[in-house]
Design a protein around this ligand. Structure first.
Ligand code: ADP
Ligand code: MG
Length: 261
């Protein structure tokens, strides 16, 4: 893409009822973007905000599993619009609700971006202070189209402290910079591992990387989330930690991050 083409589209439409759109993005897959999106959405809700979540990861939708809503399907009152699925107080929609979860999506970029825009625009979102978008990993066609056509308020980048994840996180920030979407900051996920027996903290993927990256890009390190079995188990069972372990240190960390948004 030439820089000149990387402007925000002129035909951006505000999404009905939605005040702020926060894109949760990562250069790399598997760094915990969806996990962070779900727990952060719930932490924002805990502060009294009305929150929705859109699963834009068209090739690997995981929000239905993480919210425990896999078997559900949005109703369409008029055969055009969709009523979002409510779970733990969050309004949600996902390509995962609409297609057979076991079938692979083989759409090319333009079709995938179109489908996503449609899901976003045709969902009857209730009044929301924040719509959190779990973006697909990477900085390809779909991500760029989304960033250009959706009136995103700000982006948050999720990375692990590992160099290869950080390199991809940089690309994500560069993409948002180019389309004039401000980056609120970086969340370092799997920042350290807490030993279940002795409580010792061990940096598995390296240390200080996200902090350095934040400084380099003049943005904030919004928080550091450890690698812990509870976080994984809670998401696998559709009971995210912020809901199922409200008094845990993990919930505290997500709430601190929500307070910085
Ligand atoms: P992405 O959306 O970036 O591809 P996911 O959020 O799906 O990544 O996370 C990948 C896997 O790692 C999931 O199975 C999730 O439960 C697990 N996971 C993510 N973050 C953590 C964490 N901080 N501690 C433990 N497991 C995690
Ligand atoms: Mg994901």
């Amino acid at each position: 893409y030439k820089i000149a083409t990387l402007k925000r589209a002129n035909d951006q439409h505000a999404i009905n009822n939605v005040k702020n759109i926060i894109a949760i993005s990562s250069g790399k897959g598997g760094v915990g973007k969806s996990s962070t999106a779900v727990n952060l959405a719930l932490a924002l809700q805990k502060q009294g905000a009305k929150v929705g979540i859109l699963d834009a990861d068209i090739y690997g939708p995981s929000i239905p599993t993480m919210l425990g809503t896999e078997k559900q399907q949005p109703l369409t009152p008029d055969n055009k619009h969709m009523t979002p699925i409510m779970a733990h107080g969050l309004a949600s929609n996902s390509i995962g609700y609409l297609v057979d979860p076991d079938s692979a999506m083989v759409w090319r970029g333009p079709m995938a971006s179109k489908a996503l825009l449609q899901i976003l625009q045709d969902t009857l979102w209730p009044e929301l202070d924040y719509l959190v978008i779990d973006m697909p990993p990477g900085t390809g066609d779909i991500q760029l189209t989304l960033a250009q056509s959706i009136p995103v308020t700000a982006a948050i980048i999720v990375s692990t402290p590992q160099d290869i994840a950080l390199i991809d996180a940089k690309k994500g920030m560069t993409m948002f910079n180019k389309v004039n979407i401000p980056t609120l900051g970086i969340i370092e996920n799997m920042s350290y591992h807490i030993c279940e027996n002795c409580g010792h903290h061990e940096a598995i993927f390296g240390e200080g990387g996200a902090q350095r990256l934040a400084e380099q890009y003049q943005t904030k390190l919004l928080g550091q989330i450890p690698l812990h079995k509870i976080l994984r188990q809670d998401l696998d069972t559709g009971q995210p930690t912020v809901i199922s372990h409200p008094d845990s240190e993990f919930t505290q960390l997500y709430c601190q991050i929500a307070g910085r948004i």
